[in-house]
Design a protein around this ligand. Structure first.
Ligand SMILES: [Zn+2]
Length: 370
C-alpha cells in the first residue's frame, strides 16, 4: 500500500500551496542525503517527499490525486515509489530554494565528497514563425550570463582543507559520534576565492552579454522547452555552468492554422470558379504552390497536399496541408445579377443533387482524422 502524499509531507488535505511548499522544504532539508550520508532510510524519505511534492505542487496532478488517489498515476511514470531520480529532485529545488541551492551536482558520484557547484539556469523565450518551425532554424540570441571573471584565483578552503566536508566529533551517551556535513565556508567545493577583480561579485563572477547560437530542430511546438547545456550562469572554481532553457513561442500565421503536424488553409472561390474550375497559388511553409480546382467542386471539399505540413520532431514523416474549399456567396446583388440568379434557380440543373459518391461533411471530418 502506497503511503498517502499528504501524510508523507505531514500536512492536511486542505493545505494551501504555500503550506505544501513549506512542508516539502522542511522534509527536504531534514532528509537531504548530504546531511544523512549513507542513511538509506533518510534517502528513501527524501525521495518520497520529493515525489509527493511533485504531485501536490501541480494543481492538475493534485486534483487528479485528490479524486483518484495513487491510481491516478499508475502506469503514468509516477507509479512505483522510485519514480523520480536524484537529478529530477534537485532540479525541483530551483523553485523551492531559489538559485544557489541546486549546487549539489556531485552528489552520489562516489569517490571524493567534494561537490561541484552548478551555476543557475537561465530562461529565455524564442518566438518562431511557422516557416521557421517547419524548416528548423538557427537563432542567435543575446544572453546576459554570469561568467568567471578573468583574474579570479582560488585557494584551498582553510576550513575544510579542500575536502568540502566538515567532520565533527561529539561525545554522546552512546559513545563518540562522528558526523560530517558540507563545509559552509566554501559551500562544499573545497575551494575559496583568493583574489578577485574589482568588477567581480563575491563569487568571482561577472555579468557579460554573449550571443548564443541556438539550433532549433523542425517540428517544435508552442510551449516546448529546449535546453542548451552549459550556457546558463557559470559557477565559481571547478563548478559547472548551468543551462540555458529556451521556451518556444509560436507566432500566429496569417493564413495557415496549425493542428498538430497538419496545417489548414481556407480557400475562398467564387460561384463561377466553382462551376468552371480554376487554379490558385497558395502559401505553404515551404513556399508558394499552385493548386488546381476541378470544375464542379463543392463547397466544403478538402484537398490534401501530402507532406506540406510540419515535419514531426522525431524526424519521421511530415504532416499534410489541408485546403478547405469555401464557395463564396455574394452578400448583395444588383438588379441584373438578381435576375440572372432568379432565372438559374428555376433551372433543374442547378438544384442540389448529391450522388452517392458525394461525402457528407461529417464523413469528411471522419476521413481527416483517420
Ligand atoms: Zn571548505
Amino acid at each position: 500500500m502506497k503511503e498517502d502524499f499528504y501524510d508523507i509531507l505531514g500536512i492536511s488535505k486542505n493545505a494551501t500551496a504555500s503550506e505544501i511548499k513549506k512542508a516539502y522544504r522542511k522534509k527536504a532539508i531534514e532528509y537531504h542525503p548530504d546531511k544523512n550520508p549513507g542513511d538509506k532510510s533518510a534517502e528513501e524519505k527524501f525521495k518520497k517527499a520529493a515525489e509527493a511534492y511533485e504531485i501536490l505542487s501541480d494543481p492538475d496532478k493534485k486534483a487528479r490525486y485528490d479524486q483518484f488517489g495513487h491510481q491516478a498515476f499508475e502506469g503514468g511514470g509516477f507509479g512505483g515509489g522510485g519514480g523520480m531520480n536524484m537529478d529530477d529532485i534537485f532540479s525541483q529545488f530551483g523553485d523551492i530554494f531559489g538559485g544557489g541551492f541546486s549546487g549539489f551536482g556531485g552528489f552520489g558520484g562516489g569517490g571524493g565528497r567534494q561537490r561541484r557547484a552548478k551555476g543557475s539556469n537561465l530562461r529565455i523565450r524564442v518566438r518562431l514563425t511557422l516557416e521557421e518551425i517547419a524548416n528548423g532554424v538557427e537563432k542567435k540570441i543575446k544572453v546576459k550570463r554570469k561568467i568567471q571573471a578573468p583574474g579570479t584565483t582560488y585557494k584551498t578552503c582553510s576550513t575544510c582543507n579542500g575536502t568540502g566536508q566538515v567532520t565533527r566529533i561529539t561525545n554522546t551517551i552512546l559513545g563518540r559520534m562522528q558526523t560530517s556535513s558540507p563545509c559552509t565556508t566554501c559551500g562544499g567545493s573545497g575551494q575559496m576565492i583568493d583574489h578577485r577583480p574589482s568588477d567581480a561579485d563575491a563569487q568571482g563572477l561577472k555579468v557579460t552579454e554573449e550571443t548564443v547560437s541556438i539550433k532549433i530542430p523542425p517540428g517544435v511546438e508552442d510551449g516546448m522547452q529546449l535546453k542548451v547545456s552549459g550556457k546558463g550562469n557559470e559557477a565559481p572554481g571547478q563548478g559547472i555552468a548551468g543551462d540555458l532553457l529556451v521556451a518556444i513561442e509560436e507566432l500566429e500565421h496569417v493564413e495557415l492554422q496549425r493542428e498538430g503536424n497538419n496545417l489548414h488553409y481556407d480557400l475562398y472561390i467564387s460561384f463561377s470558379e466553382a462551376a468552371l474550375g480554376t487554379s490558385r497559388e497558395i502559401d505553404t511553409v515551404s513556399g508558394k504552390v499552385r493548386i488546381k480546382i476541378e470544375e464542379g467542386v463543392q463547397s466544403g471539399k478538402i484537398l490534401r497536399l501530402r507532406g506540406k505540413g510540419i515535419p514531426s520532431l522525431n524526424g519521421y514523416g511530415k504532416g499534410d496541408l489541408l485546403v478547405h474549399v469555401n464557395v463564396w456567396t455574394p452578400k448583395t446583388l444588383n438588379k441584373e445579377q438578381r435576375e440572372f440568379f432568379e432565372k438559374m434557380s428555376q433551372n433543374d440543373h442547378f438544384k442540389p443533387n448529391p450522388d452517392s459518391g458525394e461525402k457528407s461533411f461529417f464523413e469528411k471530418v471522419k476521413d481527416m482524422f483517420s
